[in-house]
Design a protein around this ligand. Sequence first.
Ligand SMILES: [Fe+2]
Length: 277
Amino acid sequence: MLKGAGLGLRREMLPSLLPDLPTEVDFWEVAPENWIPMGGRFKKQLEMCTRQATFTTHGLSLSIGSSDALDEKFVRDVGRFLDTHGIAMYSEHLSFCSGQGHMYDLLPVPFTEEAINHVASRIKRVQDILERRLVVENVSYYLTTDNALTELEFTLGVLEEADCDLLLDVNNLYVNSINHNYDAETFLNALPSHRIVYGHVAGHFDETDTLKVDTHGSDVIEPVWALLEKAYERHGVFPTLLERDFNIPPIEILLSEVQRIKDIQSKVVTDSQRTSA
Ligand SMILES: [Fe+2]
Protein backbone atom coordinates (compact mmCIF):
# COMPACT_ATOMS: atom_id res chain seq x y z
CA MET A 1 0.00 0.00 0.00
CA LEU A 2 1.16 3.48 -0.82
CA LYS A 3 1.13 6.15 1.86
CA GLY A 4 2.39 9.69 2.37
CA ALA A 5 4.41 11.49 -0.27
CA GLY A 6 6.34 10.05 -3.21
CA LEU A 7 8.80 10.99 -5.91
CA GLY A 8 9.28 9.83 -9.50
CA LEU A 9 12.55 7.95 -9.99
CA ARG A 10 14.56 8.55 -13.17
CA ARG A 11 17.77 6.74 -14.13
CA GLU A 12 19.84 9.92 -14.06
CA MET A 13 18.92 10.41 -10.39
CA LEU A 14 20.38 7.06 -9.28
CA PRO A 15 24.03 8.15 -8.75
CA SER A 16 22.97 10.83 -6.26
CA LEU A 17 20.46 8.57 -4.48
CA LEU A 18 22.16 5.21 -4.01
CA PRO A 19 23.13 3.22 -2.02
CA ASP A 20 20.45 4.39 0.42
CA LEU A 21 17.28 6.05 -0.86
CA PRO A 22 16.30 9.12 1.18
CA THR A 23 13.87 8.04 3.89
CA GLU A 24 11.91 11.30 3.55
CA VAL A 25 10.29 9.79 0.44
CA ASP A 26 7.52 7.34 1.37
CA PHE A 27 7.19 5.78 -2.08
CA TRP A 28 8.70 5.96 -5.57
CA GLU A 29 7.32 5.66 -9.08
CA VAL A 30 8.91 4.34 -12.27
CA ALA A 31 7.75 3.96 -15.88
CA PRO A 32 7.99 0.18 -16.42
CA GLU A 33 8.83 0.39 -20.13
CA ASN A 34 11.92 2.45 -19.29
CA TRP A 35 13.26 -0.35 -17.09
CA ILE A 36 11.96 -3.62 -18.61
CA PRO A 37 14.70 -3.74 -21.30
CA MET A 38 17.45 -2.87 -18.82
CA GLY A 39 19.95 -5.46 -17.70
CA GLY A 40 23.33 -5.14 -16.03
CA ARG A 41 24.07 -2.18 -13.80
CA PHE A 42 20.70 -0.43 -14.17
CA LYS A 43 18.76 -3.61 -13.36
CA LYS A 44 20.89 -4.20 -10.26
CA GLN A 45 20.42 -0.58 -9.17
CA LEU A 46 16.65 -0.80 -9.57
CA GLU A 47 16.61 -4.04 -7.56
CA MET A 48 18.61 -2.25 -4.86
CA CYS A 49 15.91 0.43 -4.81
CA THR A 50 12.82 -1.80 -4.89
CA ARG A 51 14.24 -3.94 -2.06
CA GLN A 52 14.46 -0.96 0.29
CA ALA A 53 11.34 1.10 -0.50
CA THR A 54 7.74 0.97 -1.75
CA PHE A 55 7.31 1.44 -5.50
CA THR A 56 4.43 2.06 -7.87
CA THR A 57 4.49 2.19 -11.68
CA HIS A 58 3.22 4.78 -14.13
CA GLY A 59 3.30 3.60 -17.74
CA LEU A 60 3.74 5.56 -20.93
CA SER A 61 2.90 3.24 -23.80
CA LEU A 62 -0.10 1.04 -22.98
CA SER A 63 -2.23 3.23 -25.27
CA ILE A 64 -5.44 2.18 -23.55
CA GLY A 65 -7.58 4.40 -25.79
CA SER A 66 -6.16 3.29 -29.14
CA SER A 67 -8.16 1.61 -31.89
CA ASP A 68 -5.11 -0.62 -32.50
CA ALA A 69 -5.24 -4.10 -30.97
CA LEU A 70 -4.18 -4.18 -27.31
CA ASP A 71 -0.53 -5.25 -27.05
CA GLU A 72 -1.09 -8.21 -24.73
CA LYS A 73 2.55 -9.31 -24.86
CA PHE A 74 3.54 -5.90 -23.53
CA VAL A 75 0.93 -6.18 -20.75
CA ARG A 76 2.36 -9.58 -19.76
CA ASP A 77 5.88 -8.07 -19.77
CA VAL A 78 4.62 -5.38 -17.39
CA GLY A 79 3.10 -8.09 -15.19
CA ARG A 80 6.45 -9.90 -14.98
CA PHE A 81 8.19 -6.60 -14.14
CA LEU A 82 5.70 -5.94 -11.32
CA ASP A 83 6.11 -9.45 -9.93
CA THR A 84 9.93 -9.35 -10.19
CA HIS A 85 10.13 -6.14 -8.19
CA GLY A 86 7.25 -6.83 -5.79
CA ILE A 87 5.25 -3.83 -7.05
CA ALA A 88 1.49 -3.95 -6.50
CA MET A 89 0.22 -1.08 -8.61
CA TYR A 90 0.21 -0.22 -12.32
CA SER A 91 -1.12 3.14 -13.45
CA GLU A 92 -1.49 4.52 -16.97
CA HIS A 93 -2.77 7.55 -18.82
CA LEU A 94 -6.40 7.73 -19.92
CA SER A 95 -5.26 8.49 -23.46
CA PHE A 96 -3.77 6.85 -26.55
CA CYS A 97 -0.31 7.01 -28.07
CA SER A 98 -0.49 4.62 -31.00
CA GLY A 99 -2.40 4.13 -34.23
CA GLN A 100 -0.63 2.14 -36.93
CA GLY A 101 2.60 2.91 -35.13
CA HIS A 102 3.82 4.59 -31.95
CA MET A 103 3.28 8.36 -31.74
CA TYR A 104 5.35 9.05 -28.61
CA ASP A 105 2.71 11.46 -27.40
CA LEU A 106 -0.30 11.11 -25.10
CA LEU A 107 -3.42 12.08 -27.00
CA PRO A 108 -6.97 12.46 -25.66
CA VAL A 109 -9.62 9.87 -26.38
CA PRO A 110 -12.85 11.39 -27.85
CA PHE A 111 -15.33 12.00 -25.04
CA THR A 112 -18.13 9.74 -26.33
CA GLU A 113 -20.17 6.76 -25.07
CA GLU A 114 -18.60 4.60 -27.78
CA ALA A 115 -15.12 5.48 -26.50
CA ILE A 116 -16.15 4.76 -22.90
CA ASN A 117 -17.21 1.25 -23.91
CA HIS A 118 -14.07 0.74 -26.01
CA VAL A 119 -11.64 1.94 -23.32
CA ALA A 120 -13.48 0.12 -20.53
CA SER A 121 -13.34 -3.22 -22.36
CA ARG A 122 -9.57 -2.79 -22.86
CA ILE A 123 -9.06 -1.84 -19.21
CA LYS A 124 -10.95 -4.96 -18.15
CA ARG A 125 -8.70 -7.10 -20.39
CA VAL A 126 -5.56 -5.52 -18.87
CA GLN A 127 -6.93 -6.14 -15.38
CA ASP A 128 -7.64 -9.79 -16.26
CA ILE A 129 -4.11 -10.33 -17.60
CA LEU A 130 -2.39 -8.56 -14.71
CA GLU A 131 -4.80 -9.85 -12.06
CA ARG A 132 -4.68 -6.33 -10.66
CA ARG A 133 -6.90 -3.27 -10.87
CA LEU A 134 -5.64 -0.74 -13.41
CA VAL A 135 -5.24 2.81 -12.18
CA VAL A 136 -6.00 5.40 -14.88
CA GLU A 137 -4.85 9.01 -14.75
CA ASN A 138 -6.74 12.10 -15.91
CA VAL A 139 -4.44 13.54 -18.60
CA SER A 140 -3.75 17.04 -19.85
CA TYR A 141 -4.85 17.65 -23.46
CA TYR A 142 -4.68 20.51 -25.89
CA LEU A 143 -7.05 19.56 -28.70
CA THR A 144 -10.64 18.46 -28.68
CA THR A 145 -12.79 16.78 -31.27
CA ASP A 146 -16.58 16.89 -31.57
CA ASN A 147 -17.21 15.56 -28.09
CA ALA A 148 -20.69 14.42 -27.12
CA LEU A 149 -19.67 14.33 -23.45
CA THR A 150 -17.62 16.51 -21.15
CA GLU A 151 -14.23 15.39 -19.87
CA LEU A 152 -15.85 14.81 -16.46
CA GLU A 153 -18.70 12.68 -17.89
CA PHE A 154 -16.19 10.67 -19.91
CA THR A 155 -13.88 10.11 -16.94
CA LEU A 156 -16.71 9.06 -14.63
CA GLY A 157 -18.11 6.79 -17.34
CA VAL A 158 -14.80 4.96 -17.83
CA LEU A 159 -14.23 4.52 -14.08
CA GLU A 160 -17.72 3.10 -13.60
CA GLU A 161 -17.88 0.91 -16.71
CA ALA A 162 -14.37 -0.55 -16.26
CA ASP A 163 -14.59 -0.65 -12.46
CA CYS A 164 -11.01 0.60 -12.25
CA ASP A 165 -9.19 3.09 -10.02
CA LEU A 166 -8.14 6.71 -10.49
CA LEU A 167 -4.78 8.42 -10.26
CA LEU A 168 -5.83 12.03 -9.74
CA ASP A 169 -3.29 14.39 -11.28
CA VAL A 170 -4.08 17.71 -9.63
CA ASN A 171 -1.79 19.67 -11.95
CA ASN A 172 -3.48 18.17 -15.02
CA LEU A 173 -6.85 19.13 -13.57
CA TYR A 174 -5.62 22.70 -12.96
CA VAL A 175 -4.08 23.01 -16.45
CA ASN A 176 -7.16 21.57 -18.20
CA SER A 177 -9.54 23.78 -16.24
CA ILE A 178 -7.77 26.86 -17.61
CA ASN A 179 -7.10 25.59 -21.13
CA HIS A 180 -10.67 24.33 -21.55
CA ASN A 181 -12.38 26.91 -19.39
CA TYR A 182 -14.15 24.86 -16.73
CA ASP A 183 -14.30 24.98 -12.94
CA ALA A 184 -11.62 22.76 -11.38
CA GLU A 185 -13.43 22.43 -8.05
CA THR A 186 -16.68 21.29 -9.69
CA PHE A 187 -14.70 18.58 -11.50
CA LEU A 188 -12.84 17.67 -8.32
CA ASN A 189 -15.98 17.45 -6.20
CA ALA A 190 -17.72 15.11 -8.66
CA LEU A 191 -14.99 12.46 -8.55
CA PRO A 192 -15.68 9.24 -6.61
CA SER A 193 -13.48 9.31 -3.49
CA HIS A 194 -13.33 5.52 -3.21
CA ARG A 195 -11.60 5.18 -6.59
CA ILE A 196 -8.76 7.66 -5.91
CA VAL A 197 -5.76 5.51 -4.95
CA TYR A 198 -3.07 8.14 -5.34
CA GLY A 199 -2.36 11.54 -6.79
CA HIS A 200 0.22 13.53 -8.75
CA VAL A 201 1.39 17.11 -8.45
CA ALA A 202 3.78 18.76 -10.87
CA GLY A 203 4.89 22.06 -12.31
CA HIS A 204 3.79 23.37 -15.70
CA PHE A 205 4.72 26.07 -18.21
CA ASP A 206 2.72 29.31 -18.59
CA GLU A 207 2.49 29.85 -22.33
CA THR A 208 -0.17 32.57 -21.88
CA ASP A 209 -2.85 33.41 -19.31
CA THR A 210 -5.20 30.98 -21.04
CA LEU A 211 -2.72 28.31 -22.14
CA LYS A 212 -0.80 26.21 -19.63
CA VAL A 213 1.45 23.37 -20.78
CA ASP A 214 1.94 20.32 -18.56
CA THR A 215 5.74 20.06 -18.71
CA HIS A 216 6.78 18.61 -15.33
CA GLY A 217 9.72 20.96 -15.75
CA SER A 218 9.32 23.54 -12.98
CA ASP A 219 8.26 23.98 -9.37
CA VAL A 220 4.65 23.34 -8.36
CA ILE A 221 2.78 26.66 -8.24
CA GLU A 222 0.66 27.90 -5.33
CA PRO A 223 -2.77 27.44 -7.02
CA VAL A 224 -1.92 23.76 -7.63
CA TRP A 225 -0.87 23.30 -3.99
CA ALA A 226 -4.19 24.94 -3.01
CA LEU A 227 -6.12 22.59 -5.29
CA LEU A 228 -4.31 19.60 -3.75
CA GLU A 229 -5.44 20.76 -0.30
CA LYS A 230 -9.03 21.07 -1.57
CA ALA A 231 -8.76 17.53 -3.03
CA TYR A 232 -7.73 16.18 0.39
CA GLU A 233 -10.55 18.09 2.11
CA ARG A 234 -13.09 16.66 -0.32
CA HIS A 235 -11.85 13.08 -0.70
CA GLY A 236 -9.67 12.49 2.37
CA VAL A 237 -5.87 12.47 2.28
CA PHE A 238 -4.49 10.16 -0.42
CA PRO A 239 -0.85 9.27 -1.20
CA THR A 240 0.60 11.87 -3.57
CA LEU A 241 3.69 11.90 -5.76
CA LEU A 242 5.76 14.77 -7.10
CA GLU A 243 6.46 14.44 -10.84
CA ARG A 244 9.56 16.16 -12.18
CA ASP A 245 10.87 15.09 -15.60
CA PHE A 246 12.85 18.11 -16.88
CA ASN A 247 15.10 20.79 -15.38
CA ILE A 248 15.59 18.41 -12.50
CA PRO A 249 16.93 20.35 -9.50
CA PRO A 250 19.19 18.98 -6.74
CA ILE A 251 17.57 16.30 -4.60
CA GLU A 252 17.28 18.75 -1.67
CA ILE A 253 14.85 20.89 -3.69
CA LEU A 254 12.80 17.85 -4.71
CA LEU A 255 12.69 16.72 -1.09
CA SER A 256 11.42 20.13 -0.01
CA GLU A 257 8.47 19.75 -2.41
CA VAL A 258 7.88 16.20 -1.13
CA GLN A 259 7.84 17.69 2.38
CA ARG A 260 5.29 20.29 1.21
CA ILE A 261 2.97 17.41 0.20
CA LYS A 262 3.37 15.92 3.69
CA ASP A 263 2.73 19.28 5.35
CA ILE A 264 -0.55 19.70 3.45
CA GLN A 265 -1.57 16.14 4.30
CA SER A 266 -0.87 16.75 8.02
CA LYS A 267 -2.73 20.06 7.99
CA VAL A 268 -5.87 18.52 6.44
CA VAL A 269 -5.81 15.59 8.90
CA THR A 270 -5.37 17.97 11.86
CA ASP A 271 -8.11 20.31 10.62
CA SER A 272 -10.58 17.44 10.15
CA GLN A 273 -9.79 16.05 13.64
CA ARG A 274 -10.40 19.52 15.11
CA THR A 275 -13.70 19.83 13.26
CA SER A 276 -14.97 16.43 14.40
CA ALA A 277 -13.80 16.89 18.04
FE1 LIG B 1 0.69 12.79 -13.76
